[in-house]
Write a protein that binds this ligand. Structure first.
Ligand code: FAD
Length: 320
């Protein structure tokens, strides 16, 4: 069976959930071989083996932290040359997409970004994408070179599938470009204690209907009762009620959670573009004609200032 490379997104050895989801998808198209780079790369092996990695290629070097993405591209290229995989899977983060694009260019391969599903095909892996503001679902495959595919978070379930996970050192020699852009400082974002928006299994969002920055406390309370991330429409962001980093949509972030709760959001096409692939969509809106209701699995026609606090209380009570 052909091997499939999975790029491991980890923080000091702690593997992030989107990578475990990639292992689930990788198993459909071949034998997953994980590539873990940088500080703590070796510590990722146990988690990766538990989720189906037959092999874990590791390489630790200061360059991965000190420079932008090129050292990682050098390492992935070395892994492709060593393994000759059927495909390379990369999480669809901003960094992941840059790595994928650069790698595909190096390999002379086609690249597919933001896949939401992956299956085996007669002529290679077939990726599903949601395109044109989620108006269409397309299936495509790379027809040139080693397919490089980025996959959106929450596109697959995390499944335990114990495998050997044998750790092997990857031999990497960095290119001249690798040290071309040095990171001169890092400012950690203030932590809210909530999950990262693009990775969260549940997202609770507020729009113009929230009617003020202070009222976002209602949205945050519902999010916290569910262990969710908080999103916002552009109208709420433009009004200065919530940071741009939380904007969902065409000019914000794309989310694909198991559950998306839209409060006081009309459902404009540009907002849909960022959330339409969510598995279950719930909306609270006082206008029964709001376009968001065309999209939802469950809709509540009502005033969010009445509905949302009741919902929060009910969830807290049920959770005990
Ligand atoms: P509105 O459309 O004003 O809707 C507010 C809703 O709240 C209404 O449906 C109303 O019935 C409801 N409401 C009001 N009060 C209450 C209440 N008390 N209880 C319950 N419901 C209530 N938008 C994005 O979101 N993300 C983007 O990334 C984005 N990118 C864009 C890019 C471009 C190039 C352009 C042109 C636009 C973009 N927009 C984007 C803007 C988009 O077109 C909409 O203007 C925006 O999404 C509207 O936000 P909203 O739904 O919060 O506000």
């Amino acid at each position: 069976m052909a091997e499939v490379l999975v790029y491991v997104d980890h923080v000091d050895g702690a593997v992030r959930k989107p990578t475990l989801e990639l292992l689930t998808l990788a198993r459909r198209v071949g034998e997953p071989v994980a590539v873990a780079l940088g500080n703590g790369a070796g510590d990722t092996a146990a988690a990766l083996a538990e989720h189906g990695a037959v092999k874990v290629l590791t390489h630790e070097a200061a360059e991965y932290a000190d420079y932008l993405v090129v050292p990682k591209v050098d390492a992935l290229q070395a892994a492709v040359e060593a393994v000759s995989p059927a495909a390379v899977l990369v999480p669809s983060s901003a960094e992941g997409k840059e790595i994928a694009a650069r790698l595909a260019l190096r390999l002379g391969s086609g690249v597919i970004t933001d896949a939401v599903d992956l299956e085996a095909g007669d002529e290679g892996p077939v990726a599903t994408q949601s395109v044109f503001a989620a108006s269409f679902t397309t299936k495509s495959r790379v027809s040139k070179g080693t397919p490089v595919i980025t996959v959106k978070p929450n596109s697959a379930a995390v499944e335990a599938a114990p495998a050997a996970g044998a750790v092997e050192a990857l031999s990497v020699s960095f290119s001249a470009q690798a040290t071309g852009t040095k990171i001169t400082g890092r400012t950690p974002r203030e932590s809210t204690g909530r999950p990262e928006l693009t990775e969260a299994a549940i997202v609770v969002s507020g729009g113009r209907g929230v009617n003020g920055a202070e009222n976002f406390a209602i949205i945050e309370a519902l999010a916290d009762s569910l262990g969710a991330a908080v999103g916002a429409s552009r109208a709420a962001v433009d009004a200065g009620w919530y940071p741009h980093t939380n904007q969902v949509g065409q000019t914000g972030k794309s989310v694909s959670p198991q559950l998306y709760v839209a409060n006081g959001i009309s459902g404009a096409i540009q907002h849909r573009a960022g959330m339409q692939t969510s598995k279950t969509i719930v909306a609270v809106n006082k206008d029964p004609e709001a376009p968001i209701f065309d999209l939802v699995d469950y809709g509540v026609v009502g005033d969010l200032f009445e509905v949302v606090p009741q919902l929060t209380e009910e969830i807290k009570t049920r959770k005990g």
